[in-house]
Design a binder for this molecule. Structure first.
Ligand SMILES: [Zn+2]
Length: 803
C-alpha cells in the first residue's frame, strides 16, 4: 500500500457521491459528479482520480487536471466538490464498454470496472479502503433499460431519451461501481426476504435482446438457483443482505467470468449459451451464481483493506460457490467438478516458478498490475481448496461462526487477513495462525505417500509441511470399498493397521490439497479397476492423480490414454467423463511426441463417439462437441451439419474442425445462420484455422492489427494454432513473440491477458519448442508489461516440463 493512499484513507471521512451520466451520444459520454466528504485535517490537500477525461471542470471552472488526477487543495472540515467531464467509451472491457450486437445492431453500454478501472468511468477516490455511497442518475435512449448498483426509484420520459434515477446505495468501494444500459430483455420477480420493507426484494435476470430465446429457456433454472442460494446465505450469514435489490446481467464484453457489483452482478454473456450447455458448464454457472452472491457479504459488505488481500475475497467466494451450489442449489456434485477441473488448475499453477503464497507478502504486491496478475489459479483454485480444507479441519460450525464474527465486526468497512484470523481464532481452540502460516504463507503442495512396513501394514506419510485432515479409504482387490477413516496427518506417519492387506487410497474424499502417491500394489489395483470405484468424487481424484503422474512424467502419455480406453468408456458420470476428456486433450497436445498425437486423439475421439452413440443425455453435449472437434472424418462431419436437430455449439465445433481440415466452405453459411456474438466469435475461430499460408497471414494481420476487442482476439487465437498445423504455423511462432509484445505494449491489462492466452500450444519438435522457448525467454529479459510477462513465464514453465 502506497504511503499516499494510506494518508488519503486517514484524511477522508463520510464520502458521498452523486452522479449524473449521459449516455445519449455515441461519441463519448458525459459525467457530472458531486462528491462530498469530511476531512480530518482541515487545510490539507488530496486528489480525485480520473483517467482519460476531457473538458474537465472543478466547481464550474477548468480543473488543474493532469496525470489522471484532479487536485483538491485547502480542504475544509466538510467539503463538496463538483466535477464535470467527457469520458471515452472503450471496447477492450476495461471501462465504459460499448458493444454493438451483430444480431440486431443494438448498442449496449456496460461500466466494466475493477481495480483502478473505475477512474476511467467516473471521478473517484479509487482505493478499496475509501468507501462511498452512490446516488446515480442516467440519461439514455428511451428504448433502453438501465440497471445500476441501487434500486430504480424513478424513470422520467424525455424526448428521445429517458432519465433513470436510482436510490442511494450503502457505502462500498469504488472498484465495485457499475451500471449497464441497453435494450435488455428481463425476467424479474419479488424474492421473499422478511427484513425488507414489504417482505420482498426486486430480483431479476437480464440479457441482450437477441438472447431472449435463451433467457426464457433458462429463466426457471436461473431463478431457482438464485433463490436457493439467496435463501441459504440469508440464513447462514448473520448480517442482513446489505442492498436493496439483486439484478444479474449477461453483459457483453466482460473480461472476467463474472463480477460481484453490489446489487447488480454481471456475467460474461457467453455463459448464456445458444446450444445445450455441457455438465461442466452448467456446474460452472451454478457455482458462479453462488460465488458472486457470497461476495455481497464477503468482498462488498466487508472489503479487503488493500489489494494484497484480494485473494481472500476470491478464495472465500470460490469455496462458497462450490459448497453452496451443492448444499443449497441442488448441484450436489459440485466438489466432483472441482476435483477434476478446478483443483488441477491449482496444482499446475502451484508447481510453476511463478507460484506465490496464497497470501502474498505485502511488499511483493508492488502495483495494481502485480495484484491483477495474482488473480490466478493460486487465488481461485488453490485458495478455494485450501479454505475447504480449513473448514474441514476446523469443523463447519466453528468455521461459519468465525466468518460471521468477521462479517459482523467489519460490516461496511475493510479488513485484512490478520483480522480474518482474529475472527476465526475467536471461534475455535485450534491454532489458526499456525495453520495460516503453514498453508497461506508458503508455496507448493505436500505429497501424501503410502508405503508398507515389513509386516505389510500401510503407512501414510506426509512429504511437506502442512497439517491435513482427510479421509483414507481401503478397497478390496476389485476396488470395492471396504472402509474409510478420518485421519489427521502431520509430521508423524500414520500406521493404518486395520487396512493391512487392502488397497489404500488417501484423500478419497478429496478434502485436502495435496497429491497422492499410493503404494505400487494399490496403484496396480486402481489402474485395473478404476471404473469400479463407486464414489464419483474418489474417481475424479484418482483420474487427476493419473493425469498428474503423466504430467510429472512418471507414466507415459500412452499409459494414460490406455487407462482412458479401458475406464473412461464405462464412465457414466458426466462431470468425470467431461473433465477427463478435457484433461486428456491438453495432456496429449502438450506432452505426447508429435508423431503420436494423432493416434492418441483418435482414441479420445472414439471414446467421445461411444458416448454420443450411447445416447445418455447428460453425456451427449460434451461428448458431441469433443467428437466434432477431433474427428478426422470429413464426410461424417458434413453429414452431421446437414442435420437440422443439431446443437449450435456442436455445429460450430464441426465447422471449426472442417475448416481446420481444409474445408472452409461451411463458415459463411453458419455465420449467416447464427448471427449472435457467440456466432461471430466462432466464425473468427474457424477462419483462423484454415490451413493455408494466405489464411494464416490474413488471420495474423487481424490478430495483431490492434482493432480487435479482447474476446475477438481470443477467438482468432483459439483457431490459429491447429494441432496438426505445426509445419504451417512455424513462421508465426517467432512473430507471436515480437508482434504480441508490440501489441501488449500499446494496450491494457485485458489485452495483455488474452495475448498471453494465445500462446502456441501444439505438438512441436523438441528443437522448434526450444526455439520458441528461447525467443520468449529473451523477450522477457526486456520490457514486457506485467500481465503478459506473468503469462509468458507460466507458458515457459509449461514448455520446460515437456523438454
Ligand atoms: Zn469473485
Amino acid at each position: 500500500m502506497l504511503p499516499e493512499a494510506r494518508e488519503r484513507a486517514a484524511l477522508l471521512t463520510d464520502v458521498h457521491t452523486e452522479l449524473r451520466l449521459d449516455l445519449t451520444s455515441t461519441e463519448d459520454f458525459g459525467v457530472e459528479a458531486t462528491i462530498s466528504f469530511g476531512c480530518t485535517e482541515p487545510g490539507a490537500s488530496t486528489f480525485l482520480e480520473l483517467n482519460g477525461g476531457t473538458d474537465v471542470t472543478l466547481d464550474g471552472r477548468p480543473a488543474a487536471y493532469a496525470d489522471g488526477r484532479i487536485p483538491l487543495t485547502d480542504l475544509a472540515a466538510a467539503n463538496t466538490v463538483r466535477v464535470t467531464a467527457r469520458m471515452p467509451y472503450v471496447t477492450d472491457g476495461d471501462g465504459m464498454t460499448v458493444t454493438v450486437d451483430p444480431a440486431d445492431g443494438e448498442r449496449y453500454v456496460c461500466a466494466h470496472t475493477s481495480m483502478d478501472i473505475t477512474q476511467k468511468v467516473i471521478p473517484c477516490f479509487d482505493q478499496p479502503d475509501i468507501k462511498t455511497t452512490f446516488a446515480v442518475t442516467v440519461v439514455a435512449p428511451s428504448h433502453w433499460t438501465v440497471l445500476a448498483n441501487g434500486p430504480l426509484e424513478e424513470r422520467a420520459s424525455g424526448e428521445g431519451a429517458d432519465t433513470w434515477r436510482f436510490g442511494t446505495t450503502p457505502r462500498f468501494s469504488s472498484y465495485l461501481f457499475t451500471l449497464v444500459g441497453g435494450p435488455w430483455v428481463s425476467v424479474t420477480w419479488d424474492e421473499p426476504y422478511a427484513p425488507a420493507p414489504g417482505g420482498t426484494l426486486p430480483f431479476g435476470w437480464h440479457a441482450r435482446a437477441s438472447q431472449e430465446r435463451e433467457l426464457r429457456r433458462d429463466a426457471e433454472e436461473l431463478r431457482r438457483i438464485t433463490s436457493a442460494c439467496f435463501q441459504h446465505y440469508t440464513t447462514v450469514f448473520e448480517p442482513e443482505y446489505p442492498y436493496a435489490d439483486y439484478q444479474q446481467v449477461f453483459a457483453p464484453g466482460l473480461n472476467w467470468g463474472a463480477m460481484e457489483f453490489p446489487g447488480c452482478v454481471v456475467y460474461r454473456d457467453q455463459a448464456l449459451t445458444r446450444g445445450a450447455p455441457t455438465e461442466l458448464e452448467r456446474q460452472w454457472l451454478a457455482s458462479t451464481i453462488a460465488h458472486e452472491m457470497a461476495h455481497m457479504w464477503f468482498g462488498d459488505l466487508v472489503t479487503m483493506r488493500w489489494w494484497e488481500d484480494s485473494w481472500l475475497n476470491e478464495s472465500f467466494a470460490d469455496f462458497m460457490g462450490y459448497d453452496v451450489a451443492g448444499t443449497a442449489a441442488g448441484y450436489s456434485d459440485a466438489w466432483t467438478s472441482a476435483a477434476i477441473s478446478r483443483k488441477p488448475a491449482g496444482y499446475r499453477a502451484d508447481r510453476r516458478r511463478s507460484s506465490h503464497p496464497i497470501a502474498e507478502d505485502t511488499e511483493k504486491i508492488v502495483d495494481v498490475d502485480t495484484a491483477f496478475a495474482n488473480f490466478d489459479m493460486i487465488t481461485y483454485a488453490k485458495g478455494n481448496a485450501t479454505l475447504a480444507q480449513l473448514g474441514h479441519w476446523l469443523g463447519d460450525e466453528d468455521f461459519l461462526a468465525g466468518v460471521n464474527t468477521h462479517l459482523t465486526t467489519h460490516a461496511f468497512g475493510n479488513a485484512d487477513l490478520a483480522a480474518f484470523l482474529d475472527s476465526l481464532d475467536s471461534a475455535t481452540d485450534k491454532d489458526v495462525r499456525a495453520w495460516a502460516a503453514a498453508w497461506l504463507r508458503t508455496t507448493g503442495f505436500d505429497t501424501l505417500r503410502v508405503t508398507r512396513d515389513d509386516s505389510g501394514v500401510p503407512v501414510l506419510t506426509r512429504e511437506g509441511s502442512r497439517p491435513h485432515r482427510l479421509t483414507v479409504s481401503a478397497y478390496d482387490d476389485d476396488m470395492r470399498l471396504v472402509s474409510s477413516r478420518d485421519v489427521h496427518l502431520g509430521e508423524e506417519p500414520v500406521r493404518l493397521e486395520e487396512f493391512a492387506g487392502r488397497v489404500v487410497v488417501p484423500n478419497s474424499g478429496d478434502e485436502t490439497f495435496a497429491v497422492v502417491r499410493p503404494d505400487e500394489r494399490s496403484w496396480a489395483a486402481v489402474t485395473a479397476g478404476l471404473s469400479s470405484v463407486e464414489s464419483q468424487l474418489t474417481r475424479a481424484m484418482l483420474w487427476w492423480t493419473a493425469v498428474d503422474l503423466c504430467e510429472s512424467q512418471a507414466i507415459g502419455v500412452g499409459e494414460l490414454v490406455d487407462l482412458a480406453d479401458r475406464h473412461l468408456r464405462p464412465e457414466t458420470h458426466p462431470l468425470v467423463f467431461e473433465g477427463v476428456v478435457r484433461a486428456l486433450q491438453t495432456v496429449v497436445r502438450r506432452y505426447a511426441a508429435p508423431g503420436e498425437v494423432a493416434a492418441h486423439l483418435a482414441v479420445v475421439s472414439d471414446i467421445a463417439r461411444g458416448a454420443v452413440e450411447g445416447g445418455d443425455p447428460a453425456l451427449a453435449p460434451g461428448a458431441a462437441r469433443t467428437l466434432a472437434r477431433l474427428s478426422a472424418d470429413r464426410t461424417f462431419l458434413v453429414e452431421w451439419l446437414g442435420r437440422d436437430d443439431f446443437d449450435q455449439n456442436v455445429r460450430w465445433a464441426a465447422v471449426h474442425r472442417l475448416a481446420e481440415l481444409g474445408d472452409a466452405s461451411h463458415v459463411d453459411a453458419e455465420a449467416e445462420r447464427d448471427r449472435s456474438v457467440a456466432g461471430h466469435h466462432a466464425a473468427l475461430t474457424a477462419r483462423a484455422a484454415i490451413p493455408t499460408p494466405e489464411a494464416k497471414e490474413a488471420a495474423w494481420a487481424q490478430l495483431m492489427g490492434g482493432e480487435l476487442g479482447s474476446h475477438e482476439f481470443h477467438a482468432v487465437g483459439a483457431g490459429f494454432w491447429g494441432w496438426e498445423q505445426a509445419d504451417l504455423v512455424r513462421p508465426w511462432l517467432q512473430r507471436y513473440v515480437t508482434d504480441g509484445l508490440a501489441l501488449a505494449q500499446r494496450s491494457g491489462q485485458a489485452m495483455g491477458d488474452v495475448i498471453g492466452d494465445a500462446f502456441p500450444v501444439l505438438p512441436l519438435d523438441p528443437d522448434v519448442r526450444r526455439g520458441l522457448r528461447d525467443a520468449v525467454a529473451s523477450a522477457l529479459e526486456g520490457d514486457v508489461p506485467t500481465v503478459l510477462a506473468r503469462s509468458w513465464n507460466d507458458s515457459l514453465d509449461d514448455l520446460d516440463r515437456t523438454l
